[in-house]
Design a protein around this ligand. Structure first.
Ligand SMILES: Cc1cc2nc3c(=O)[nH]c(=O)nc-3n(C[C@H](O)[C@H](O)[C@H](O)COP(=O)(O)OP(=O)(O)OC[C@H]3O[C@@H](n4cnc5c(N)ncnc54)[C@H](O)[C@@H]3O)c2cc1C
Length: 478
């Protein structure tokens, strides 16, 4: 095909993949739930090459699908089964750390840099890049930006949006926007980087970013505790915030069912407290000095909580290895769930104060559809973000007559509850190809119309990740 020849001439033959065996890792998501065909996968090495690919694909009327680490949980990074095969633009070869300015607390990186590599480079310079998530060994900063990834550091440092100072983007017409500012202040009109953060590749391809760095915490106190209920966990959050302020850097809750799955399915994981406790919370305090002070503060709050009946049991990590082991349990939930069965993962955020009511009402809503269906839960409780996961074994799931419809019905029931409590159905994972109907249902029509208008302005041919993020139906005119 002419386009493929053109791309080979531009990038070199080894950077344009067309063999089925080479495409396999790019056309299916990591859980094996979404799959589609691609015309080819290209691996550009520079921003100019990305721009060339975009111009050629758009001129040929072929859709463009930017791809990072392909760790999306909503089918965002692979082609849709029914659509025309796109050119997948893999960012894997654009993984240079261009510069690090320690005095300015910033670094400039290419979009294909793996998140863990960025964290390490910042650490080597005595700085922290604060976004952290279970997929950090394979997700890329470009994917994090496109999905506005959250993770476990949001409580203290915000989500990806809060940690970006500037962007470089190849627009759908092939123009390169150099917005790689390194500034904390810049009131010169609209801050356009925010258009592309969270746009899931529908408005262009992020090719580089300037990241915000923080001082590197060198002192830590990590505890694992068992509150009797989510309401008690919430009260403990209040006590910790009052006592420790900004030192509180993570507050993650999982339930006993989720913990048990990790123990059963991920080798080497140990329970810090027995799964006979129904609720478990991992708490981290961190600072640039005063490890003993942090430990004392943690112990004092745990003591206070125990006296008020807010904590049934707790254990404080006494070494770096124990701290890491606790975090490994938390970061293993997705791997465990993938092996254990089929989790209907939802991504609700509600006001933090509404989390206990959300859990109660969502449980009732799911059980009104499937009485007794097991539900597991993992929450970034400090952010009000609950992954509420109705869970089928592989065999039960396979036996369902209409799996897709049932999955949508159950997730929608959960999303309805979140919406009724002033929440959102997508806190951090994005929309991808799975949640566009929820966008149509829950987003105010005026917001949808604005988003469609921006899409039309930047990508009039609707070739960038078509059928993602926005619902297909034209919204009512404003
Ligand atoms: C084990 C595990 C744990 C996870 N935990 C979390 C978590 O705690 N918090 C969280 O937010 N997410 C989490 N995720 C989801 C996922 O890791 C994030 O959404 C991540 O940001 C995706 O990055 P990626 O590089 O893999 O992007 P991909 O999956 O490759 O792509 C995601 C979307 O971004 C677009 N895209 C990718 N690169 C670019 C680019 N350069 N320019 C424009 N668009 C682009 C793609 O087209 C797609 O729409 C987890 C996933 C796994 C597997």
């Amino acid at each position: 095909m002419q386009l493929i020849d053109q791309l080979r001439a531009m990038l070199g033959a080894d950077a344009v993949l067309t063999e089925a065996s080479d495409l396999a890792g790019h056309t299916e998501d990591w859980r094996g739930r979404y799959r589609g065909e691609a015309l080819c996968v290209v691996q550009p090495s520079s921003t100019e090459q990305v721009a060339g690919v975009v111009r050629a694909a758009v001129a040929a009327g072929v859709p463009v699908l930017p791809q990072g680490g392909n760790t999306s949980l909503c089918g965002g990074a692979v082609p849709e089964a029914a659509g025309p095969p796109p050119v997948i633009v893999s960012m894997a070869r654009m993984r240079r750390i261009r510069s690090l300015d320690a005095a300015n607390n910033s670094m400039e990186v290419e979009a294909g840099c793996v998140l863990a590599t960025i964290q390490q480079a910042a650490m080597d310079a005595g700085r922290l890049y604060a976004v952290s998530l279970g997929a950090e060994g394979s997700c890329q900063i470009g994917g994090n930006i496109a999905t506005n990834a959250g993770g476990t550091g949001v409580l203290r440092y915000g989500n990806t949006r809060d940690n970006i100072l500037g962007l470089e983007v190849v627009l759908p017409d092939g123009d390169i926007w150099n917005g790689l500012y390194r500034l904390r202040k810049n009131n010169t009109g609209l801050d356009l980087k925010h258009l592309f953060i969270g746009a899931e590749g529908t408005l262009g391809i992020v090719t580089a970013a300037t990241l915000k760095l923080h001082p590197l915490p060198t002192a830590h106190a990590v505890a694992w505790m068992a509150p009797p209920s989510p309401a008690a966990a919430l009260e403990m959050l209040g006590l910790l915030q009052a006592a420790c302020g900004a030192q509180l850097s993570a507050y993650e809750m999982i339930d006993a069912g989720q913990l048990q799955i990790v123990l059963d399915h991920v080798p080497g994981r140990r329970a810090p407290l027995p799964p006979t406790h129904k609720w478990h919370v991992l708490v981290e305090l961190s600072d640039t000095r005063g490890e003993q002070e942090l430990t004392d503060a943690m112990q004092a709050v745990l003591q206070q909580g125990a006296e008020r009946g807010l904590v049934d049991d707790a254990v404080l990590a006494s070494s770096g290895a124990q701290r890491a082991a606790m975090w490994e349990v938390r970061h293993s939930v997705s791997e465990g769930n993938k092996k254990a069965g089929v989790g209907l993962t939802t991504d609700t955020a509600v006001p933090v104060s509404a989390v206990p009511e959300f859990i109660e009402r969502a449980t009732a809503a799911v059980h009104a559809i499937v009485p007794g269906l097991p539900i597991i839960l993992v929450a970034h409780l400090g952010d009000g973000n609950v992954h509420f996961i109705p869970f089928y074994s592989h065999a039960e799931w396979e036996a369902l007559p209409d799996r897709e419809a049932m999955g949508l019905r159950i997730k929608h029931a959960v999303n309805e509850v979140g919406h009724a409590l002033g929440g959102t159905f997508s806190a951090e994972h994005g929309i991808g190809q799975t949640l566009t109907s929820e966008m149509a249902q829950f987003k105010p029509p005026v917001e949808l119309a604005l988003m469609h208008g921006i899409k039309q302005l930047l990508d009039p041919g609707n070739l960038f990740n078509p059928h993602r993020l926005l619902p297909p139906a034209t919204p009512p005119a404003r």
